[in-house]
Ligand binder design. Structure first.
Ligand SMILES: Cc1cc2nc3c(=O)[nH]c(=O)nc-3n(C[C@H](O)[C@H](O)[C@H](O)COP(=O)(O)OP(=O)(O)OC[C@H]3O[C@@H](n4cnc5c(N)ncnc54)[C@H](O)[C@@H]3O)c2cc1C
Length: 796
């Protein structure tokens, strides 16, 4: 069945609408009538097709990068996601409190349900290792805390870790990229006053696809949070402003007006009708396919991706005409690369994988490790315990949420703060820091993991930075107020190590892509981490007894105030676990320092494979990780666009100096790419015919010949240079305006579980998950509720 009648497609190509010229929409796009935006599970409609960009992983990195690349209407983008589209778990993903009480990250198809290996220094225990699996990735199942790291930490990427990098990954560029992703919804003044919420609007975006805001309902005890930090003499600030030291009440990734989670799916996909974007869910990328021939610089050239729905199911493939973008997250990106032959040679060969590139993929795993202390409260203090133990209350609050998106289920944990080494250890901070001997620590950790010498060199730079930061105000420990204790009259204070010295690994376990990899964060393998954690508990106990928190918190019931020294260490080593923030396994570092990707996010030794997700973050940060991942993806997408312009790929054809990606210089860091390269040849890559999605299946021979002839004509025309409209589209900076703060009607959530939430009304099948790409032309037009009118772009 044809996606569109071929004759119609040809007619459209021949008759560009005037509106196209005005909007900069590429009238010469040979695919534009042959592809329709889809979220589908129909592998057959995608298999054997050709896309300019194939993105593997539909989480934060993948959906942001994929959606931004699809802004170039003459580029086709496929995003592959192993999990579902979320339509069967609407309540559990959408309602903030449900995320905790009925979350799908654990024990459901929307989580990978992984565990670590035995953690020798953490109670000899196997720890749960939840990761999101579905559109939106971990961002669709996570705790929704929003935040950025400090300016100092981001600046260290470009100043210390990668000083000669082509693109400047620093505070200015990360801050701008994170702002580009977000729209801030301010809390009501009354709420701001009651809870003393520090909000600095200038620290946030105002027109990005991702909504951030505060729960409509906050538990009264939160009014004690900020004053307690003040009593301790610690600063209060909006933690997105570049100095997250001290206490705060953060926004969540939430459309506060709708009392609903906002994530990369709701922000970048649900309301995005780019006709050149296809999202295939329920299919896991199993291998990147490489050409037998290398490019002229000796780099591997990826030509496509294999994928399958499950172990033993049919394996399909697609062709990647330009690039393969790996966005599986910190655990799955290294896994896929290793399965594809890119990784530590010795390990790959021991597992039966032919090594194509010997790179330290999977080393440098860093994770925030976290423990909890439980306190009783005085009678009458409201906590989450009520919702979990009183079904009538839970149902009544759900009815309230359904009626007007208010009530207790809108609450997620938002009270947090970061403390420095001096805050937790006082005068002992400096001596603890000085006692860390980097050289012997590196030798010790290398012995545990057989760490390559390049990675060891990188560790030396990282450890020097960590020690430097231990003598500053950079947060070493995060303190979180968690409202859900084991009984209604209890709550939890959590502490989490922000800059661990321990380093771990992620390594494949055999050649079967459906095997869980071996995840070894090796918590507390550096004894300095345990020392910091012990001091963190001391701070946490002080916090709990400091007024006004001390007015409502009574005794410590777990582990108990008598747990100190070795007993306390035993408690937190055994009871600790991930704060869900793994990163660093495909580190953006110089190759000599154990790097896997360059500052353009391209894997060393490949012509066209990039990594865009949390795995490239080189070193841990004093923040939850999703904000930074949005920044990586937004800035990364700009770089990819810049590096796919005609002028970048073929500098000799440049007619003016304005199109150079200026990030390529050391004095300017922002990519300012101009026109997208034609969908014709790109340097060193496959020159296979470009046939858009939907063409091929059942097409008549004569019609196909006609279409190809017509298409070739257009390609020839494109080769002469970009259409004027191409150029202006990007140069005018319109990419920044593609998403506006026009979300009021974007999430009309009716009865939970209803399709309306997804803003995807369907034509034939009535179910998102069974919709074929071919169904789309008859689907709801975007101007019926979305922001883009396809009519204005000259498309159906
Ligand atoms: C339970 C939990 C709670 C968290 N809480 C917070 C929080 O409150 N605040 C915060 O800032 N951060 C939080 N995080 C961390 C944050 O969500 C992650 O840092 C962020 O999502 C990382 O983005 P990513 O793009 O790297 O990976 P992900 O968002 O995890 O996306 C990766 C996607 O790729 C898919 N995938 C993987 N391999 C393949 C393959 N081979 N083929 C196809 N698809 C594939 C996965 O299914 C997934 O959808 C939490 C994480 C978890 C798991």
């Amino acid at each position: 069945m044809l996606a569109l009648p071929t004759a119609l497609a040809i007619a459209a190509l021949a008759a560009p609408a005037a509106a196209d010229m005005a909007s900069g929409y590429n009238v010469h796009n040979p695919h534009r009538r042959l592809v329709q935006r889809a979220v589908t599970t129909d592998a057959a409609s995608v298999a054997k097709q050709t896309f300019d960009f194939v993105v593997i992983g539909g989480g934060i990195g993948g959906l942001v990068a994929g959606a931004r690349l699809a802004e170039w209407s003459n580029q086709t983008v496929l995003i592959l996601e192993a999990g579902g589209d979320g339509s069967d778990v609407v309540q559990a993903q959408t309602i903030p409190g449900y995320t905790y009480h009925h979350g799908v990250a654990f024990g459901s198809p929307y989580g990978w349900n992984y565990t670590t290996n035995v953690q020798a220094e953490a109670g000899n225990a196997v720890k749960a290792y939840p990761l999101g699996r579905g559109l939106g990735g971990s961002g669709a199942v996570n705790g929704m805390f929003w935040g950025k790291a400090s300016a100092v930490e981001y600046n260290s990427w470009s100043e210390t870790l990668f000083p000669d990098g082509k693109y400047k990954w620093n505070w200015d560029n990360m801050d701008a990229a994170i702002k580009k992703a977000t729209t801030l919804q301010q809390p009501a003044q009354e709420q701001k006053d009651q809870f003393q919420i520090p909000v600095d609007p200038s620290a946030h975006g105002s027109s990005g696809p991702l909504q951030i805001g505060w729960s409509k309902y906050m538990y009264p005890i939160l009014a004690n949070w900020i004053p307690t930090w003040r009593t301790l003499g610690l600063p209060i600030s909006d933690h997105s402003a570049g100095d997250p030291h001290g206490g705060t009440i953060v926004p969540s990734t939430m459309d506060a007006a709708q009392g609903a989670r906002s994530d990369s799916r709701t922000g970048y996909i649900d309301n995005n009708n780019s006709p050149n974007l296809v999202v295939l869910t329920g299919h896991q990328g199993t291998k990147i396919i490489f050409s037998d021939k290398k490019d002229k610089n000796g780099n591997l050239v990826a030509t496509g991706v294999q994928f399958a729905a499950a172990d033993g199911a049919t394996t399909y493939s697609v062709t990647a005409n330009k690039e393969v973008i790996v966005s599986g997250g910190t655990i799955h990106s290294p896994k896929l690369l290793q399965l594809s032959g890119i990784g530590p040679k010795a390990h790959l060969e021991s597992q039966g994988v032919t090594s194509l590139l010997d790179l330290p993929v999977g080393f440098n795993l860093q994770d925030h490790v976290s423990t909890s202390v439980v306190f009783n409260t005085v009678e009458g203090v409201e906590t989450w315990g009520e919702l979990s133990t009183n079904p009538e209350l839970a149902a009544a609050e759900l009815a309230k949420w359904n009626a007007d998106r208010s009530g207790k289920w809108t609450y997620v944990n938002e009270a947090t703060g970061y403390v420095s080494m001096a805050d937790i250890a006082g005068d002992a901070a400096n001596s603890i820091t000085d006692s860390i001997d980097e050289a012997s620590l590196i030798a010790q950790l290398s012995g545990r993991h057989n760490i390559p010498t390049s990675v060891q060199k990188g560790m030396a730079t990282q450890f020097a930075l960590q020690k430097k930061w231990m003598k500053t105000n950079i947060g070493q420990i995060e303190i979180i107020l968690h409202m859900w204790g084991p009984t209604p009259n209890s709550l939890v204070l959590q502490c989490a190590l922000q800059h661990p010295f321990s380093r771990g690994t992620v390594m494949i376990n055999g050649t079967n892509p459906f095997n869980m990899p071996v995840i070894n964060p090796d918590y507390f393998s550096a004894s300095a981490d345990a020392t910091m954690m012990e001091h963190a508990h001391g701070f946490l106990r002080t916090f709990a007894t400091t007024k006004p928190m001390g007015d409502v918190v009574t005794i410590e019931i777990s582990p108990g105030a008598n747990f100190t020294g070795a007993a306390l260490q035993e408690y937190f080593r055994t009871g600790s676990g991930t704060e869900y923030h793994p990163l660093g396994t495909c580190a953006m570092l110089p190759q000599a320092d154990g790097g896997v990707v360059d500052t353009n996010l391209k894997i060393y030794g490949t012509a066209n494979v990039r990594v865009v997700d949390s795995s490239v973050i080189p070193m841990h940060i004093s923040s939850h990780t999703m904000g930074t991942t949005y920044g990586v993806a937004e800035f990364g997408a700009d770089i990819i666009k810049a590096e796919n312009t005609k002028d970048f790929l073929n500098p000799s054809s440049s007619s003016s100096g304005t199109t150079k990606p200026t990030g390529a210089t050391t004095d300017s860091s922002k990519p300012t790419g101009a026109a997208p390269a034609s969908t014709g040849e790109s340097a060193g890559m496959s020159t296979g015919a470009k046939i858009g999605v939907g063409v091929g299946v059942g097409i008549g021979g004569a019609a196909l010949l006609g279409a190809i002839l017509f298409f070739m004509c257009h390609r020839k025309k494109d080769k002469g240079g970009p259409a004027a409209t191409d150029k202006t589209w990007y140069e005018n900076g319109q990419q920044n305006n593609q998403w506006s703060n026009d979300r009021g009607e974007a999430y009309p959530m009716h009865a939970a579980g209803g399709n309306s939430f997804h803003q995807r009304s369907l034509s034939h099948s009535g179910s998102v998950s069974t919709m074929a790409t071919a169904d789309l032309p008859a689907a709801r037009r975007y101007d019926e509720g979305g922001r883009y009118s396809n009519d204005s772009r000259g498309v159906l």
